[in-house]
Structures are given as structure tokens and as C-alpha cells.
Design a protein around this ligand. Structure first.
Ligand code: FES
Length: 105
């Protein structure tokens, strides 16, 4: 499954993500800048904050309550903000594009 990470300057990096891992785990495994994931995916740090491409908002689903409360503390939160550790890679997400916020670089 291909995931495209775009940094705040618009540089795109393609990653081959495995089914079942999170969008954060695929990023960390491939040394994507801007996704630090300090808490290791426990939904407790918000350093894995990304903006989901409009075309994929339906497929990535809704924020969970815990994710929402973390995002309340994150910088630059937008309508399409998600914590990438809470998005699980599935076939449906092939070609997913996520952008990392400037504050994480
Ligand atoms: Fe910490 Fe996602 S890795 S909230």
C-alpha cells in the first residue's frame, strides 16, 4: 500500500506501508521527517499529527475521543487533522497523502 508523506515545504516521499501498521509506524520505519511519535503510538503526544488529503477523509474515518482530546493541545489543528498513529493502513488507503504540519519540523 503506497502512502505519500508531504512535508510543509511540499516535498513528497513515497512509502510502501504494510497492512495493519499505522500511518505513523510506516513513517517512522522509513525515517519520514516531521513525524516524531514520541509516545510510540499511545495517542499521548500529538507529535504524529498530520493533515489528511481531502480525497481520503472518508476512508480514514472519524477521530476517536482520546485522539480528539490530544488534538485539542496540538498546534495548527485543521478540519482534516488526525493523529497518524490512529490511522491503520488498509487496502482502501492505497495512495493516501498526508501532510506534516510546519510546527513538527
Ligand atoms: Fe503519540 Fe501518535 S505517536 S499521539
Amino acid at each position: 500500500v503506497k502512502i505519500i508523506y508531504v512535508d510543509h515545504e511540499g516535498t513528497e516521499r513515497d512509502v510502501d506501508a504494510n497492512l495493519g501498521e499505522s500511518v505513523m509506524e510506516a513513517a517512522v520505519r522509513n525515517n519520514i521527517p516531521g513525524i516524531d511519535a514520541d509516545c510510540g503510538g499511545a495517542c499521548a503526544c500529538a507529535t504524529c499529527h498530520v493533515y489528511v488529503d481531502e480525497a481520503f477523509l472518508d476512508k480514514t474515518g472519524e477521530r476517536e475521543a482520546m485522539e480528539q482530546s490530544m488534538l485539542d493541545f496540538a498546534e495548527g489543528v485543521q478540519e482534516n487533522s488526525r493523529l497518524s498513529c490512529q490511522i491503520s493502513v488498509s487496502d482502501e488507503l492505497d495512495g493516501l497523502k498526508v501532510t506534516t504540519p510546519e510546527s513538527q519540523h
